[in-house]
Write a protein that binds this ligand. Structure first.
Ligand code: G6P
Ligand code: MG
Length: 217
């Protein structure tokens, strides 16, 4: 029995939200916008372009396209400076256990991330070779909640969408998985991810037996 296991990256495998926050905060400050951690929460799973649009809207600012493009580049440079310092210690608890179990059970594993930095991050934390396919922000034209990223991820491992299981921490990502007719597993709080088929606070709550039951269903 083969199922396709698709992992989001940010907030599922590693906690990069804190680095996005630092980089967005610096950008916001340069525009005299006050950017809060609560607002940063709302940027989870949201593409880079859309994130800046939201920050500008919250701060009631309009800027030229040229400045917009420049700020996008600056933000990513700042973000990459934090990413450069990442190592395996930043992998979230029990993610390696689940990845190793799936590998032992011969299950195809795919990444489905909105980030254009996904490959760099997987390399930093030394998990790139655990994935049979990597689909990220460079490969899609429609951002989550559109299901495109997960449909391509399923296609690349040759598994039908109905036979795929998605691990996601964002509202938009769970919606994308549901729209793709995949089984959605929310990683985070039930209050936020109530629309997922299952919700766990983190991978320490996901047992080997639960993973095996997903494969045999
Ligand atoms: C993930 C993160 C978002 C981020 C997006 C794009 O979905 O949760 O906060 O904006 O990726 O990331 P990038 O690395 O391309 O800026
Ligand atoms: Mg995420």
């Amino acid at each position: 029995n083969k199922k396709g296991f698709i992992f989001d990256l940010d907030g599922v495998i590693v906690d990069t939200a804190k680095y996005h926050f630092l980089a967005w905060q610096q950008l916001a400050k340069s525009l005299d916008i006050n950017f809060t951690e609560e607002e940063n929460e709302q940027l989870k799973g949201v593409s880079r372009v859309r994130s800046l649009e939201k920050i500008l809207a919250w701060g009631n600012k309009t800027i030229s396209q040229d400045l917009f493009d420049k700020l996008m580049g600056d933000k990513n440079e700042e973000y990459l400076s934090y990413i450069a310092e990442m190592d395996e210690s930043e992998i979230l608890p029990d993610v390696p256990r689940v990845l190793n179990l799936l590998e032992a059970l011969d299950q195809p594993i795919s990444l489905g991330s909105a980030s254009k930095n996904a490959r760099t991050i997987l390399e930093r934390v030394n998990l790139k070779s655990n994935f049979h396919a990597i689909v990220d922000g460079n490969d899609v034209s429609k951002a989550k909640p559109d299901p495109e990223v997960f449909l391509i991820a399923a296609d690349q491992i040759n598994i039908k969408p109905e036979d795929c299981i998605v691990f996601e921490d964002s509202v938009a990502g769970v919606t994308a998985a549901n729209t793709a007719h995949m089984i959605s597993i929310g990683i985070g709080s039930k209050d936020v991810l109530g629309h997922a088929n299952y919700v766990f606070n983190d991978f320490t709550e996901i047992s080997d037996d639960f993973i095996k039951s997903l494969i045999n269903n």
